[in-house]
Design a protein around this ligand. Structure first.
Ligand code: SF4
Length: 253
């Protein structure tokens, strides 16, 4: 069952009382069979019944694997030469080489190499399938200001900005080293010296701004996106891209 279908039924208040900590993380775990419906202590009886029914009705097998197969099938019908330039990829024979989280990944009709997990593969394939649109304009905006961004901005905050803020708080040097290993570039012109541009995917740059804790102010993190980001992935997928970035940084730090 798709985590987004689960998420829609959850209270979406991120109360933090389940082991997952946020409603989106709980939805992802529940869809993967790594959590129990009863772990959400805020569900109404009606919502609990609906979730139980949906879970028992869902097809056996993993939806992610099925979705991956569909996307690879779509990929096999794409004209690679037509899409490559618009998404910042390179055609190599029958494959596309694309930079994802700081490394080159080869995508072909037989799959994706490069040791990616299934979430990463889905993101790369959705990005290729959408085939982009405008080039990044250099105009940075908050997630909530993207098309439909207000619906997912709390999820993006919980899955990307807050974990980054905690990592910065816990061990600043490790996080900065990991950012550098993923190809982040430090830039000036913002109200913090910790301002970085990173490209999780070639045409989807993130501007990461980190403010260290100071006196009564806690550490803060804002991640801005180019106004064209939703030409490449919708806001739900962008939320998962933010989460994938955090995962990649954690692996390195
Ligand atoms: S207990 Fe329920 S409402 Fe609270 S964060 Fe977890 S899923 Fe969300």
């Amino acid at each position: 069952m798709n985590p987004l279908d689960i998420y829609r039924i959850l209270p979406r208040i991120n109360c933090g009382e389940c082991p997952a900590g946020t409603c989106m993380a709980f939805a992802v775990r529940l869809s993967g069979g790594e959590a129990q419906v009863s772990e959400c202590v805020k569900l109404t009886e009606g919502a609990r019944d609906e979730l139980m029914r949906m879970l028992s009705d869902s097809e056996p097998g993993d939806w992610k694997e099925r979705y991956l197969e569909e996307l690879i099938d779509e990929f096999s019908r794409i004209n690679l030469n037509k899409v490559a330039d618009g998404i910042g990829a390179e055609v190599k024979g029958e494959a596309l080489v694309i930079r994802y989280m700081g490394r080159d990944v080869m995508v072909s009709a037989s799959g994706i190499d490069g040791g990616l997990d299934i979430w990463d593969k889905l993101l790369v394939l959705m990005y290729i399938r959408n085939a982009g649109g405008r080039r990044p304009s250099g105009r940075w905006i908050a997630f909530r200001d993207l098309k439909d961004g207000s619906i997912k901005s709390a999820g993006f905050r919980a899955m990307c900005e807050e974990p980054l803020s905690r990592m910065f708080d816990k061990d600043r040097e490790r996080l900065l080293r990991a950012l550098s290993e993923l190809g982040a570039e430090r830039i000036g012109g913002y109200s913090t010296e910790h301002s970085y541009i990173i490209h999780p995917l070639p045409m989807i740059p993130f501007l990461i701004l980190l403010w260290p804790a100071e006196e009564e102010f806690a550490t803060q993190c804002s991640v801005l996106l180019d106004e064209t980001a939703t030409d490449f992935l919708d806001v739900e997928a962008l939320t998962f891209l933010g989460q994938a970035l955090v995962r990649a940084l954690k692996r390195l730090s």
